[in-house]
Design a protein around this ligand. Structure first.
Ligand code: DLL
Length: 434
């Protein structure tokens, strides 16, 4: 199912021609309208007329998150202030938040891209969608809201918090689709279970999740709990918010809307551009943004390009499910460890509940990695020998996958902090410790 079949299935040559035309135009636009980019391009001795092919994108210097911070709040704008009709802020996964601004046309494009996202997952105007996102500053709430209205489905701006009310809403209003962070979706199912409510009996058939990393195993658990199909979607405030990439019915990677964003994958260390199948940092160039265009923006998100045509018919390139962020990567005794690897191992054990936290500390100049894990009530109250066996199996598997020892600590069910938004999976106590 397509929202805009022509744009989504454009022949690859046509798509690349369009990208090239738009790339030239946006570089020219940045040069003439953004003080920041004019200086940056001049410094790199690059002028709009130097963009003679799509490959020339690699001549453009990267834009970093720090550039947005250094130019806080309005230094990255490429339009006069009166053209701005909306301002959001990133939720600040790391460091202080950054401001993003939109013109009327930016908001309109965003709603279009969100309509594509929703349609790609199977939403139609017959659906009733509950949006369990923070509507304040965060782009998840209003981004999904506008897209849903454009599709013509009924939107319930549920917001976050009050799980009891979320469940009542879902049940009484016969919600067919909901969207939240995957960790909250799991928490809500658990909360329902505790209240004796079976969410599997609700009318909900579809869930759209994103805004934080989640594994295939987590997907399976969400699907089982609600009896739904769960789709992944990806985005970041700096580009618009949600609406950058989404899975289609094939659910083998996320299509990036490449008539609006050029995606590249680079080696985060050297900056060298990598080919399909090579894991690295996603870099985006916005092709149509007016208020705050970004050229080769380093997202710090780790994924890779998938170079095969997709059975759904969309020609827009796919990225693999996100593997984490380069700044989430933990270096434990010299070994690179991604929280997503830990989650993958944990979720492959049915005895383990969905909630965990990774704690890193330094003891006598040695990094130590501990994983606090909730197990199911039955296991927790069961035989100590069984718990010990489970701990040994978990530790052995973690060692095998991570290449470094991790200590597993079982904690009482319900004790790891839950979040209505993005889950905090890592606590690094080494920061500031020498
Ligand atoms: O999280 C936008 C969004 C809202 C996306 C709702 C999807 C759904 P930020 O708060 O700026 O924007 O955070 C962006 O979140 O750079 C990734 O690190 C992470 N992220 C977003 N989607 C995914 C995903 C929104 N599907 C940052 N898988 C990004 C993994 C994701 N990580």
């Amino acid at each position: 199912m397509f929202w805009d079949k022509e744009a989504e299935t454009l022949r690859l040559e046509e798509l690349e021609k369009l990208q090239f035309r738009r790339l030239k135009a946006i570089v020219d636009y940045c040069f003439h309208n953004s003080r920041f980019y004019r200086a940056k391009l001049k410094e790199a001795n690059l002028y709009p007329e130097d963009i003679r092919s799509l490959d020339d994108i690699t001549k453009i210097p990267f834009t970093m998150k720090e550039d947005l911070r250094d130019n806080y709040p309005y230094g990255m704008l490429a339009v006069p202030r009166e053209e701005i009709i909306r301002i959001h802020a990133s939720s600040g996964t790391t460091g202080k938040p950054t401001i993003v601004a939109y013109t009327r046309r930016d908001i309109d494009t965003w709603a279009e891209l969100m309509a594509r996202v929703l349609t790609s997952t199977g939403v139609t105007k017959r659906d009733t969608i509950q949006l369990i996102y923070n509507y304040a500053f965060f782009t998840g709430g209003l981004g999904f809201h506008y897209g849903t209205e454009r599709v013509g489905a009924a939107v319930i701006p549920s917001g976050v918090g009050n799980s009891e009310k979320q469940l009542l809403t879902m049940r009484d209003l016969e919600v067919t689709t909901f969207s939240s962070t995957p960790s909250y979706a799991l928490y809500l199912a658990e909360f329902a279970r505790e209240q004796g409510i079976d969410v599997g009996e609700f009318a909900v058939r579809l869930g759209i999740f994103g805004a934080e990393p989640w594994s295939e195993e987590m997907r399976r658990r969400i699907e089982e709990a609600y009896g739904i199909e769960a789709y992944d979607n990806y985005g970041l405030s700096e580009l618009c918010g949600p609406g950058v990439a989404v899975e289609c019915e094939a659910r083998e990677g996320l299509h990036v809307w490449s008539d609006h964003f050029i995606v590249e994958v680079i080696d985060p260390e050297s900056g060298e551009v990598l080919g399909p199948g090579e894991k690295g940092e996603l870099v985006f160039t916005t092709l149509t943004k007016e208020a705050m265009p970004l050229l080769r923006y380093r997202s710090r998100d780790i994924s890779m390009l998938i170079d095969e045509p997709c059975e759904c018919g969309r020609t827009h390139p796919r990225i693999a499910r996100l593997m984490g962020r380069s700044d989430d990567m933990l270096i434990i005794r010299g070994v690179n460890v991604f929280p997503s690897q830990v989650e993958h191992v944990l979720m492959s054990f049915p005895e383990v509940a969905e909630h965990y936290q990774i704690v890193v500390d330094r003891q006598r100049s040695m990094d130590v990695l501990q994983v606090n894990v909730e197990v199911t009530e039955k296991i927790f109250r069961g035989e100590p020998e069984e718990l010990l066996k489970l701990k040994n199996r978990l530790e052995a598997k973690l060692k095998g996958v991570l290449g470094v020892k991790a200590k597993v600590k079982f904690v009482e069910p319900g004790t790891i902090p839950r979040s209505c938004g993005k889950a905090q999976r890592v606590v690094d106590l080494r920061k500031g410790v020498k």
